[in-house]
Write a protein that binds this ligand. Structure first.
Ligand SMILES: C[S@@+](CC[C@H](N)C(=O)[O-])C[C@H]1O[C@@H](n2cnc3c(N)ncnc32)[C@H](O)[C@@H]1O
Length: 282
């Protein structure tokens, strides 16, 4: 079967399985099997994939029908124009998180701390865009840090990135110009309502801290000021309904200039705040 026909046939199968974007998914998976960029797939329309390529592709289509995310089938996710390795050990970076990167890149800083780096998408993107910056990026998961290390080498930022296994600030010494985090923020109740596609393929620890979903913010915000330099910045991704409770936590911890930033869907997505004196509330 030629590539053009294969795209149509697999698209039909995916649609019958109830997959929302069958054309996009079919093309991404086929391009991956054939070892070409997805935008170049059309150039191969009249060629015949090998038997091996075909069997690999139809296995991928079956996996997608079983609700495995395309990124975890093909092994990477595009984020801020770069492809990041993703696997069962890391959260699939979300498009909404580009809002956090956008906010961070508007700030002035040389030293950054990222808490909960996962695939490393945030830290590596910022370092790739800011040649004069260095970053310490942490995660509680050793396997996530191994994935972030591989991603950092792909983009040549490994010499400016220190990866550290740490429970939030437990292993962090020194102070930073900016602290950023997209922590797990889904409540226990919302977690039980998530699609299988998310629950089965993103690590639970990357999605929810349990309870009301705010525990990561409580831990990060109550300790952040003593790790920030004078006028240091804290930038946090939030769930779209969490701006008010997280603003209260920031206010209570003595942060000023608290701002809410919206994502492309006009939902509250990021909070930024400043630590005037860089010292803890006593
Ligand atoms: C929502 S994911 C964000 C991953 C990545 N930064 C991104 O935006 O795609 C949260 C990350 O925090 C990590 N994490 C969860 N609890 C943690 C803790 N107590 N200390 C440090 N990292 C933690 C998880 O392993 C996960 O990688």
């Amino acid at each position: 079967m030629k590539v053009r026909a294969l795209v149509l046939a697999s698209q039909g199968k995916l649609r019958d399985c109830g997959i929302e974007n069958p054309a996009r998914d079919a093309r991404l998976m086929l391009a991956n099997c054939l070892g070409v960029e997805v935008h170049r797939l059309n150039l191969l329309d009249d060629s015949f994939p090998s038997e091996d390529e075909l069997s690999k592709f139809w296995i991928m289509v079956d996996e997608r029908c079983n609700r495995k995310p395309v990124s975890k089938i093909i092994g990477y996710r595009a984020f801020w124009g770069r492809n990041f390795e993703v696997n069962e050990d890391v959260l699939d970076p979300r498009g909404d998180t580009e809002t956090l990167v956008e906010v961070v890149l508007k700030k002035k800083f040389k030293t950054m701390l990222e808490l909960g780096t996962g695939s490393g998408a945030i830290a590596i993107t910022v370092l790739a865009e800011r040649f004069d910056a260095t970053c310490v990026a942490t995660d509680i998961s050793r396997l996530a840090l191994e994935t972030a290390a591989r991603n950092s080498k792909i983009y040549g930022v490994q010499n400016r990135l220190k990866l550290l296994q740490s429970d939030w600030f437990s292993k962090i010494s020194g102070r930073f110009d900016i602290i950023v985090s997209n922590p797990p923020y889904i409540s226990a109740k919302e977690y039980n309502e998530l699609a299988d596609e998310v629950v089965d393929y993103d690590p639970k620890i990357s999605l929810t801290p349990g309870g009301d979903g705010l525990d990561s913010y409580r831990q990060i915000i109550s300790n952040a000021r003593e790790k920030l330099r004078k006028n240091g910045q804290l930038v946090l991704e939030i769930g779209y309904s969490q701006a008010e409770p997280v603003k209260k936590l920031l206010d209570g911890a003595g942060f000023s200039k608290i701002r809410v930033h919206k994502d492309l869907g006009s939902r509250d997505r990021v909070l930024s705040a400043q630590a005037a004196d860089g010292s803890p509330v006593t």
